[in-house]
Each structure stands twice: as structure tokens, then as C-alpha cells.
Design a binder for this molecule. Structure first.
Ligand SMILES: O=C(O)C1=C[C@@H](OP(=O)(O)O)[C@@H](O)[C@H](O)C1
Ligand SMILES: C=C(OP(=O)(O)O)C(=O)O
Length: 429
């Protein structure tokens, strides 16, 4: 485990930067091209550890995938061409790999087993296992099939109607993928809008999918066809720089080519509500995904209330929004965010403990947190909890702390943003 000590700085964030490819879209682009017939090219692929787990899973199933920096060539042999892996699949720290691949493995005529690291082994898998079993899946696992490791005896699944009980794009996507492999029709009824990259990207691979409000319908027996995908920049990675440039006075930063899908732009809505000085401009569409530039200038922030429908739209950004709230005027209340407890770590506890250690006035609640703004952060030694987003939150906190911030176990940042420190140093001037 490597630590890093970040010294106080009077530098500002200035200039222009890009962030790596979107994690959610990178995972999906490999899964869809791994199932496809023909050769797919993926550019601006996120080479973070999580997405590489998805790549490895398909390699284990006999798909040749060549990687040159952030460019992948996937030589798909079609669904029927996938082979039974000879060893257990290692999903590492990646919830997205575990949930989406469960939907795939349940419906392939293969026997597979899968495991994850200590964090992933604690995260709930019953949210996918239970509805997949309703489609006829044969899955068994630890703790009455609730936890990894899981074993899949692939079956021909039957289409089903699923009314989701959690707001989760991973569960929705797993069931849509299982539905694509099943006999008959599958409908997923969402509890509230979650990121819709699966629905946006599957048609690029020639798969029909119908979206009517919260009801998504897919016909079984569809074989995806190869496609070329350019992955937009990850707004969840950009979020650390959006907040950093907002809370460091005098900053003026432009982040180029970021995915601005309306199911993912909650960070921009929330920061604007706080009074942040942010302009966005959509300049292209990559497939159906809007892509644009984000310009942020340092500004005074006000507290906000975050709850309800907006939460799934910024779920991964709550740690960094909480840091912004420590600098705002007034008290910020975050509610309806109990899903934070099921991430890489319990992010309610991790955020509150970490910010309090740095000198902020924060309280945990059952479904979120209360942050009293106007804090002067003093620095100190914090643990990343092995959670990339907590590690990056700590690094951004160091920019406004009076004393050094030491982040213990900083390497977890490689999970979603391997070039994070390099990019931060480049824009600090
Ligand atoms: O579908 C996806 O790519 C993701 C969905 C979200 O998880 P949930 O579906 O568990 O909310 C998010 O937290 C995760 O980082 C990526
Ligand atoms: C929750 C996250 O990812 P996953 O669920 O894929 O581990 C995240 O990236 O913040």
C-alpha cells in the first residue's frame, strides 16, 4: 500500500484538460463487442483496473482482445462462439463487471465461477441473482446466493417482467442483457431514471431495445454485431476537477470532450444550484451520447438540498459534492442516498469520517449526511478505504487545506482514474 503526502498549495486550476473515457460506457463497449459477431474497435477506452477486469473476463471466454494504450480491438465470435473459462473469473473491485456479467453468464450455455476482492465480496449480488432466477437462471453463491463467489450453470432463460426495487443501472443492465440472451420478451420497469448507457449503446451494435418512459423492453435471441465506439470522457472523473476549480479561488479550467448524458449530469446541476460558475457546451454526439466541454471558474458556493430523483444521477459524485459543501455558506442536507452504503465501501461513513478528520463539521444520517459549510480544512492523515472516489476526494481537499494531507493507500485511484495525479499536477499553476 502506497501513501502520498500532498503539501498545501496556493496554485489554482488553470488551462484546458481532458479526462479518460467513461467507466460505464467502457465496460458496456467491451461486453457488447465481446458478445458481437465481427471486429469492433473501441477508442478512448478507460484503462482503469475495473474496466480491465471486464476485458479479462472476455479473454477468459476465448475472445481475442488487443490493447494499444486506450485503443481496443475486440475480435468477437458471436454469442455461440464464447468458450467455457478454465479458471474462475476475477472481477476485482468492480461492481459493474460483477452485476452486468452476471446477466450475461446466467444466459450462456457454459459453467462459470466468479469472485472479487474483499470489498466486492461484501457487496450485494442478490439484487441480480433473485430476478435472474425468476428467468430460470441457475446461480449459487455464498451467504444464500447473496455474495460472491458465484457459480453460474448457464441455461436458456425465459423472458420476464421485472419491476425493479432498487434504483440501479447495474441491475437494469444485467436484466436487459439476460433478456437479450433469453427466449421471448423481457421488460424492465425502473423505479426511477438511472444512467441509460445500455439503452443508448446496444442499438449501436444492432440490438433493438424499446424505451417508453420507465419501461424498457428487449426481445430475446438477438445477436449483437460489431461496432466502432469512441468513448466520451467520464463526467464522474471530471467531477473532481469541477469541484476543485470551483473551491480554489481564481481557478479557470476547461475540461474537454466530456460525456454530458442527461442521466449523468447531476453534478453540474447540483454545483450550479450551489452557485458554481459553470458553462457547458455540447459540441458532438458520439452515437447517441452528447459530448461537450465544461468551463469552471472559482466562485462562492451556497448550501443545497440533495434528494429524490437527482440522487441516482450523481450517486458516484456525492463524496466530492460533500467536500464542496464543506466550503459553502449554510447547511447542506443529502437524503435518499442509502445506496451509498453498498459501494466500494460504506460511502456515508467513509465521507463523514474523512471530512471530519480534515476539520469539517459533518454528520452521518441513515440515508445521507448533513454538512455544515464554511469549514477551514486543516489537513491530516486519511485512509482511502480502498475506495478510489474517497482517495480522490482527499486529494482535492488538500488544495484548500492549511497543512499537508496524507492519503494512505492511494493506489486504489487506479480503479477509475490511473492518470489522476498527473492531470492534477498539469492544471495546477
Ligand atoms: O451501471 C453502471 O455503470 C454504474 C451504475 C451505478 O451503480 P448502481 O447501479 O449500483 O447504482 C454506479 O454507482 C456505478 O459506478 C456504475
Ligand atoms: C460504485 C462504483 O463502481 P462499481 O459499482 O462498478 O464498483 C464507482 O465507480 O463509484
Amino acid at each position: 500500500m502506497t501513501d502520498i503526502q500532498l503539501q498545501p498549495t496556493s496554485k489554482k486550476l488553470q488551462g484546458t484538460m481532458s479526462v479518460p473515457g467513461d467507466k460505464s460506457i467502457s465496460h458496456r463497449s467491451v461486453i457488447f463487442s465481446g458478445l458481437a459477431e465481427g471486429t469492433s474497435h473501441i477508442t478512448n477506452f478507460l484503462t482503469g483496473e475495473d474496466c480491465l477486469r471486464t476485458v479479462e473476463a472476455f479473454r477468459e471466454m476465448g475472445v481475442r482482445i488487443d490493447q494499444k494504450e486506450d485503443r481496443l480491438t475486440v475480435y468477437g465470435n458471436g454469442i455461440q462462439g464464447l468458450q467455457e473459462p478454465s479458471a474462475p473469473l476475477n472481477f476485482g473491485n468492480s461492481g459493474t463487471t460483477a452485476r452486468l456479467m452476471s446477466g450475461v453468464l446466467a444466459g450462456l450455455p457454459l459453467f462459470t465461477t466468479a469472485f472479487g476482492d474483499a470489498s466486492l465480496s461484501k457487496r450485494p449480488m442478490d439484487r441480480v441473482v433473485v430476478p435472474l432466477k425468476e428467468m430460470g437462471a441457475e446461480i449459487s453463491g455464498r451467504n444464500q446466493n447473496r455474495l460472491l463467489p458465484l457459480a453460474f450453470t448457464g441455461r436458456t432463460l425465459k423472458g420476464a417482467v421485472h419491476e425493479l426495487t432498487v434504483r440501479s443501472a447495474q441491475v437494469k443492465s444485467a436484466l436487459l442483457l439476460a433478456g437479450m440472451l433469453a427466449d421471448g420478451e423481457t421488460k424492465v420497469v425502473e423505479l426511477g431514471q438511472t444512467r441509460n448507457h445500455t439503452e443508448m449503446l446496444l442499438p449501436e451494435f444492432g440490438v433493438d431495445i424499446d424505451v417508453q418512459g420507465s419501461v424498457i423492453t428487449i426481445q430475446g435471441g438477438q445477436q449483437p454485431q460489431a461496432s466502432d465506439i469512441k468513448v466520451p470522457g467520464d463526467i464522474s472523473s471530471a467531477a473532481f476537477f469541477i469541484v476543485a476549480a470551483s473551491i480554489v479561488p481564481g481557478s479557470n479550467l476547461t475540461i474537454k470532450d466530456v460525456g454530458l448524458n442527461p442521466t449523468r449530469d447531476g453534478i453540474i446541476q447540483a454545483m450550479k444550484q450551489m452557485g458554481a460558475d459553470i458553462d457547458t457546451e455540447i459540441h458532438t454526439y458520439i452515437g447517441r451520447e452528447p459530448v461537450g466541454d465544461i468551463r469552471v471558474r472559482g466562485s462562492r458556493l451556497q448550501a443545497l438540498k440533495l434528494d429524490g430523483e437527482l440522487i441516482p444521477n450523481l450517486i458516484d459524485e456525492i463524496p466530492i459534492i460533500a467536500l464542496a459543501a464543506t466550503q459553502a455558506e449554510g447547511t447542506t442536507i443529502i437524503k435518499d442516498a442509502e445506496e451509498l452504503k453498498f459501494k466500494e465501501t460504506d460511502r456515508i461513513e467513509a465521507v463523514v469520517t474523512t471530512l471530519a478528520k480534515l476539520g469539517a463539521d459533518v454528520e452521518a444520517t441513515d440515508d445521507g449526511m448533513i454538512i455544515h459549510g464554511g469549514a477551514s480544512l486543516q489537513g491530516g492523515s486519511i485512509h482511502s478505504y480502498g475506495d478510489h472516489r474517497i482517495g480522490m476526494m482527499g486529494a482535492v481537499a488538500s488544495l484548500i487545506s492549511s497543512d499537508p494531507v496524507t492519503i494512505e493507500d492511494k493506489d486504489c485511484i487506479n480503479i477509475s482514474y490511473p492518470s489522476f495525479f498527473e492531470h492534477l499536477n498539469e492544471v495546477l499553476r
